[in-house]
Design a protein around this ligand. Sequence first.
Ligand SMILES: CCCCCCCCCC(=O)SCCNC(=O)CCNC(=O)[C@H](O)C(C)(C)COP(=O)(O)OP(=O)(O)OC[C@H]1O[C@@H](n2cnc3c(N)ncnc32)[C@H](O)[C@@H]1OP(=O)(O)O
Length: 234
Amino acid sequence: MTPRENVRNADEISTVIRDDNAMLGLGIPERHDVPVAESWAALVKPGDENSTEYGDMIAQLRDFLNYVTAARPDSDTVAALRDDLERWGRRLAPMAVPERDQMFGHLRDLHGRGQTMSPTFVATEADRDNVWGTVRFGRYFLGGNGAVHGGAIPLFFDEVLGRLANSSGRRHSRTAYLNTDYRSVTPVGVDLTVHGWFVSEEGRKRVLRAELRSGDVVCAEAEGLFVRLNPGQP
Ligand SMILES: CCCCCCCCCC(=O)SCCNC(=O)CCNC(=O)[C@H](O)C(C)(C)COP(=O)(O)OP(=O)(O)OC[C@H]1O[C@@H](n2cnc3c(N)ncnc32)[C@H](O)[C@@H]1OP(=O)(O)O
């Protein structure tokens, strides 16, 4: 059987994907329909007309990374995938644009802002100094024994707190420190709740904290200092 003959029709694939989601701990898809409070939404720039299409592609890429992580593919499949990836690389390479024009990570009207570095944070409620939401770390973020990789957690906290620190008309700041406490194992493939909030804002210094919970269990906590940039600072 050739690798291509392994490919099933789209309906069958999506049924398998749905059935496998729980087992694989797949990330939740990008969502476009969750209302967020004014201060969080204030970060949203006018929607790029390709946002939804691009967001859907990124959601597929997230799922793909989870499947790659979970699979133990035969050698024909590995070779076919390598060839496909090489073809896609060659197709995309001439489309490179300067940073300011790239779409990856710049689509602020999408939960997860159209990137795959960290799992999709779905903001469900926010005010000037707080944001609440959910996240699920897919299999791609596995460290070991069902636990999320210890490096993926601060990355996620930076994502949430960095955005909150710069919300509600505040001038841009950068992370000066971000301390993470791992209180208990963060499980892969489980819906987790997130709360991020301002502790203080004095001069250029903004101290924020965040908490990641699985049910009532605190998995991890973070405190970050975000320093407002002076004019001309990169
Ligand atoms: C929609 C988009 C969503 C995006 C989400 C993702 C957000 C991601 C955000 C990031 O990750 S930014 C990338 C990671 N961070 C960096 O690359 C920052 C690198 N460091 C710097 O650029 C500078 O060190 C920094 C701008 C943070 C501060 O340098 P400055 O020269 O402007 O400030 P200065 O050193 O004078 O410090 C200002 C105050 O902060 C304090 N401070 C600075 N760094 C500190 C530190 N590490 N610990 C404690 N205090 C610190 C410092 O003591 C001082 O306090 P006082 O005013 O009370 O004297």
